[in-house]
Design a protein around this ligand. Structure first.
Ligand code: P6P
Length: 355
């Protein structure tokens, strides 16, 4: 029996009461509320869930198998490629290159788009991903994650996918999500019908619904930023940070910063708060900050808005930004709506001299 997927967590828990809800069952039930759905997106989400299981199997045993450490090579970002980065990247590509569901892919690990091999069919969707975000933390056993974004292709069906297919604003997202490989492995995604979390039971290799309809708590608890860079931030960002610390008489928020976007985002999604990686003057190569728009900030912004939060580059919503290049970076403020708005207010006032 399919369950009407609607509304809120309590109703979903009631509807599924006593039932075993795998990610497959939940995605199928969500698909049923879209009669026009062909099932292709559902199958693509299954493929990502399978990739997550395979990657989790490696990350949770990284200390025991020869997959720790660096490959000795550097990626397009100038970052040292970890063995697990390479493994996760290849898994995501190989699980999606032959299915006929995807027209083109792009990955943080590759300078250019990843075309579907000529001997495979192309499909209606575009898959962008950061295969293992935060991988510099792997060797010290800090949670890392996979981030993915799914668009409909814009190029004609049957033709090779294009760079333009990959450069779509976040408002056009069909689905987005992340996998966090931490104390447990969770897959959190949205297809525009709320944000839902699934926890992997490694004993059976299955994701089970654990967090239906996640909503960011109204009362924020944390702020997350690398305050080591404070001297390089703008005056507006510095003053915003002082406000968060209660330096104008308000109650301070607690600082929590893991240095792994997925882990910091996940904590704030569940507990309430704001994460920000602003532009800074440390490195002229990164005038817009470190985080990438199309496979880090836009998917996270989609989830944040679906959970009742907001995401901005300090001046406008992340989802409104039209990407100009594949590895474009952007300042990033994401979390509770009123905290993001306050960051924008400080930037407008002190960095742009506007009232
Ligand atoms: P910093 C990890 O390297 C990453 O890309 C994100 O996961 C994380 O939020 C950020 O960089 C941390 O950067 O400069 O604070 O070490």
């Amino acid at each position: 029996m399919s369950v009407a997927i609607n509304g809120d967590s309590a109703r979903v828990r009631e509807a599924y009461n006593g039932k075993i809800v795998t990610i497959e069952r939940f995605i199928l039930d969500q698909q049923r509320s879209h009669p026009e759905a062909t099932g292709t997106l559902t199958s693509l989400l299954y493929d990502i869930a399978l990739a997550a299981k395979l990657i989790a199997n490696k990350t949770t045993r990284a200390g025991l198998v020869d997959i720790l450490g660096s490959t000795g090579r550097y990626n397009v970002q100038g970052e040292e490629v970890q063995k697990l980065d390479e493994y996760a990247d290849s898994i995501l590509f190989k699980l999606n290159d032959h299915t006929g569901r995807v027209a083109v892919m792009a990955s943080e690990e590759h300078p250019d788009i990843l075309p579907i091999p000529d001997h495979y069919p192309t499909g209606p969707y575009v898959l962008l991903y950061d295969p293992l975000d935060g991988s510099s933390n792997i060797d010290v056993n800090v949670s890392v994650g996979t981030i993915f974004a799914i668009y409909r292709r814009r190029s004609p069906q049957g033709s090779p996918g294009s760079l333009e297919d990959c450069l779509q604003p976040g408002r056009a997202l069909v689905a987005a999500g992340y996998v966090i490989y931490g104390s447990s492995t969770m897959l959190v995604y949205s297809t525009g019908q709320g944000v839902h979390g699934f926890t992997l039971d490694p004993s059976v290799g299955e994701f089970f619904l654990s967090h239906p309809y996640i909503r960011m708590p109204a009362k924020p608890k944390y702020y997350s930023a690398n305050q080591g860079y404070t001297p390089f931030w703008s005056e507006g960002v510095r003053r915003f940070t002082e406000w968060l610390q209660g330096q104008d008489g308000g109650k301070p928020l607690s600082l929590r910063y893991i240095g792994s976007l997925v882990a910091d985002f996940h904590r704030n999604l569940l507990a309430g708060g704001i994460f920000y990686y602003p532009a800074d003057s440390r490195d002229p190569r990164y005038p817009s900050g470190k985080l990438r728009l199309i496979y880090e900030c836009a998917p996270m912004a989609f989830l944040a808005e679906q959970a009742g939060g907001a995401a901005s580059d300090g001046r406008r919503p992340i989802l409104d930004i039209q990407p100009q290049e594949l590895h474009q970076r952007t300042p990033f403020f994401v979390g509770n709506r009123e905290l993001v708005a306050k960051a924008e207010e400080y930037i407008r006032t002190y960095d742009e001299g506007q009232p």
